[in-house]
Design a protein around this ligand. Structure first.
Ligand SMILES: Cc1cc2nc3c(=O)[nH]c(=O)nc-3n(C[C@H](O)[C@H](O)[C@H](O)COP(=O)(O)O)c2cc1C
Length: 430
């Protein structure tokens, strides 16, 4: 194959990825009520494994079952379900691709339905349609304990057969909350200066590296910026990326935004230049600055849709890997076609994913409508993930409102089932 996307990438740890296409993390919501992987994960990742993508990164796997990003998250905090994880790793690597586990803690982005007392560096409440409770500030002892949890999860992922791990430091989750001065208002060694705000990320990465050894891939997903006034900035990102490279990571994935500012999906990216948004690849313009400071392979994710933009970004050396997420929900074997150069552009559905196909539109200033639009658009992809996990064909005719309704019903059901099962298992172990 002649495409620059088809080149192998050798990582600093010595492992190699057989092409330059990476599936970025997408939360699956497919765990059973005891937060374990299921045959649905195996089916989904087996389909993706055979789609040509060189690197697959799982949806965020939680380090602590008390704090989830949503019900249906997988949790890996001990070896009680290692057999299920082994089956998932095996199914997801069948075609010889890499499968890395994304490891995460939601911090304040833990819905009230899961836990009414979330944790965060400081007590800064995420106010979104009443979905999240005010967090409690972590104690120093708890911070040390959570760092150890990331390391435990990474070691277990390796034992189960995942071929690498990615620490989720982006999108407003716990590590990202430490990095941002908006959500980190601490005055101890974990807050204040950038060096202090980055301490948690670095300690986690160092603990993970120690737990998995020098020849196992360790990646980080980091925001280029939060795109919020007073939040984590591009200058912060450039410095943190350099520190993380010193901490011997193998791949740095760059994204941007948080729940409050969905730049990661290409919406509301107020500080992203219009030309860039039109041109796709929302964060590509930051690659040069990050690469100049952090000597580590770089993957950029968000908005890549045309083959020539991807090929050019790789052949120019601007980036080392192209990250793709939503396209793999609607075209699970799109990577194969890109590698063979049999497709020029990935079909995208994002512009159709607004209520009534635009009559209230994505630019609506009504925040409820905006929230339904955003959740509905993501739910369209959740529905495709569910279909693939049942070996059903994708259905791109689905509309936002029914997807939103289905997701809300499913989420409530999952939360109830999970509470019931976990109460039962608590009582049966006492
Ligand atoms: C359904 C869905 C679930 C996602 N879940 C995660 C996740 O678990 N972890 C993460 O880092 N990003 C997550 N993302 C963000 C994607 O990894 C990616 O950054 C974003 O979709 C932009 O890339 P794209 O334009 O190729 O879709 C998710 C995106 C979607 C659509």
């Amino acid at each position: 194959m002649n495409s620059p996307l088809a080149q192998e990438l050798v990582l600093p740890c010595g492992q190699s990825i057989n092409n330059r296409l990476g599936k970025s993390a997408m939360t699956e919501g497919l765990a059973d009520s005891l937060d374990r992987p299921t045959p649905a994960h195996n089916q989904l990742y087996n389909t993706w494994s055979h789609g040509g993508t060189g690197l697959h990164i799982t949806g965020n796997v939680m380090v602590d079952r008390r704090y989830l990003e949503r019900a249906g998250n997988v949790v890996l905090e001990d070896d009680s379900a290692l057999e299920q994880f082994k089956q998932w790793a095996q199914a997801g690597t069948e075609a010889g691709n890499h499968l890395w586990m994304q490891i995460s803690h939601p911090g304040r982005q833990c819905p009230s339905l899961v836990n009414k007392q979330p944790l965060s560096p400081s007590e800064v409440h995420l106010k979104m349609l009443g979905s999240f409770s005010k967090p409690r500030a972590l104690t120093q002892v708890e911070i040390a304990e959570i760092i150890q949890r990331y390391a435990t999860t990474a070691a277990l992922a390796k034992e189960a057969g995942f071929t690498g791990v990615q620490v989720h430091c982006a999108h407003g989750y716990l590590i990202s909350q430490f990095l941002s001065p908006k959500t980190n208002q601490r005055s101890d060694q974990w807050g204040g200066s950038l060096e202090n705000r980055a301490r948690f990320a670095r300690k986690v990465v160092q603990a993970v590296r120690k737990a998995v050894g020098p020849d196992f891939p360790v990646a980080v997903k980091l925001n280029s910026a939060d795109f919020q006034k007073g939040g984590f900035s591009l200058e912060d990102c450039v410095q943190v990326a350099a520190w993380l490279a010193q901490d011997s990571i193998d791949l740095l994935e760059i994204s941007g935004g948080t729940y409050e500012q969905l730049s990661l999906m290409g919406v509301e990216a107020t500080e992203v230049r219009e030309s860039t948004r039109k041109r796709e690849a929302y964060f590509l313009e930051y690659a040069a600055a990050i690469k100049a400071s952090a000597k580590v392979p770089l993957m950029i994710t968000g908005g890549f849709r045309s083959r020539d933009v991807m090929e050019q970004a790789i052949s120019s050396g601007e980036i080392d890997m192209v990250g793709l997420a939503r396209p793999l929900c609607t075209q699970p074997n799109i990577s194969q076609q890109l590698l063979e150069q049999s497709v020029d552009r990935i079909d995208d559905f994002e512009h159709n994913l607004t209520l009534g196909n635009g009559w209230l539109g994505n630019n609506s200033s009504i925040s409820l409508i905006k929230a339904i639009n955003n959740v509905g658009a993501v739910s369209f992809y959740y529905q495709q993930i569910m279909r693939l996990s049942k070996n059903k064909p994708v259905d791109t005719s689905l509309k936002v409102l029914p997807c939103f309704a289905k997701h809300m019903i499913n989420d409530t059901k999952l939360n109830l089932q999970r509470k019931k099962a976990q109460n039962k298992s608590l009582f049966s172990t006492n």
